[in-house]
Design a protein around this ligand. Sequence first.
Ligand SMILES: Cc1ncc(COP(=O)(O)O)c(C=O)c1O
Length: 472
Amino acid sequence: MAAARRPLQFFLGRVSRGTRRSYGAVPEGSSVLSSSASQDLINLEYERSAHNYHPVPIVFSQAKGATIWDPEGKKYLDFLSAYSAVNQGHCHPKIIKALQEQAERLTLSSRAFYNDKFPTFAEHLTSMFGYDMVLPMNTGAEGVETALKLARKWGYEKKKIPKDKAIIVSCCGCFHGRTLAVISMSCDNEATRGFGPLLPGHMKVDFGDEIALGKIFKEHGDRIAGFLFEPIQGEAGVIIPPDGYLKAVRDLCSKYNVLMIADEIQSGLARSGKMLACDWEEVRPDVVILGKALGGGVMPVSAVLADKDVMLCIRPGEHGSTFGGNPLASAVAIASLDVIQEEKLAERSAHLGQELRHQLLKIQSKFPDYIKEVRGRGLFNAVEFNSRAMFPISAYDICLRMKDRGVLAKPTHDTIVRLTPPLNMSLDELQEGSKVLQDVLEHDLPKMQKDKPEKVSAATSTTCDRCGRNLY
Ligand SMILES: Cc1ncc(COP(=O)(O)O)c(C=O)c1O
């Protein structure tokens, strides 16, 4: 399953060598603010913006490739890539050029009229992924909503599901976004509590369990319009399904006439070392949802791909978005796709991912008590810690220390750190990132454990409100 090994240098030629994290190395033309600027901005945001995030306290002021500068001029390495929206690296020159050129010509027509960019984008995207048609949207959640509506519409028109009886099956631990329809499938109590009533018409199944899926399809197949899933669960902690699962899903969906809907918003566009994570088992979903890196980290662009027999179930007036398919987004998306292809980012991701996991496994062998598992595909990776050995330190605490040492990673749940750098990161930078993790475990962790009060967290339920299964 692993891609054939090629020398790493083959993929690294065009990328500048990594530089040490240091102060003062801000690109020309940028202004370095006083040392309290970051804190002032954090305070201002806290005061004036909803508290719907719990960010790692670092302020991005400028970025290039995999490097971030804060307002004080301190340099960091990005190991999150804005949740994989910046696979091509920050401010990629080709994508920025497309943005600038298009911005000076035409930015928005709305789909009330045609524009001279969207058809080219549609042609580009559909031929690249081998589908008849695309429905363009903006954010990932809108892409998922679109796919859900499409599946229901197809279910009623083509599968003849009785009116208002369509079911979408999704996976425990899934993450597909934050809208009401989408959180109605969520197993994350924080995402759902206080937002009811949730939308009906959903059923849950364990991710990676083809037998359970077959059972649900057998019992309810005549009402099931679609099976929505992430081929690799990102927010759940980079969970990779067992070998053969994707093929089994394909077979079951075909057998029971259920649309196989792959949410490739995070796993797709070269992140996992293939253009789509479904390519790992060479399966073709009926519906593919793309987002994040489709906009090259520059603007929100999402898209739903399907063949005509499915896509044409939606007719004029039944679905849309003022900004979906706008010429600016179309120009940016064309450039974003070109960069992925021209720079062979899928191959880079596959090879660099092997290298990163090699380094992480070495760290695990040094700290077997702390690290429970290293897993990933391509540059879609996670380190899962052993909560008992780490107690009372969380993955968030580890990310804070990594930040202090110049590397930006994101915790997911209490025990998992996700490592998903831009795909054009250099080998030196990659090694620097894993060295920082090692330094934190070696030099910081013992003191952190000594210093942090052993506060017992407020009693929160560890079972999912929706399906009653144990959560992480
Ligand atoms: C798999 C998946 N689907 C959907 C979304 C939602 O995308 P957005 O935040 O652009 O709405 C995300 C975001 O992280 C995601 O990872």
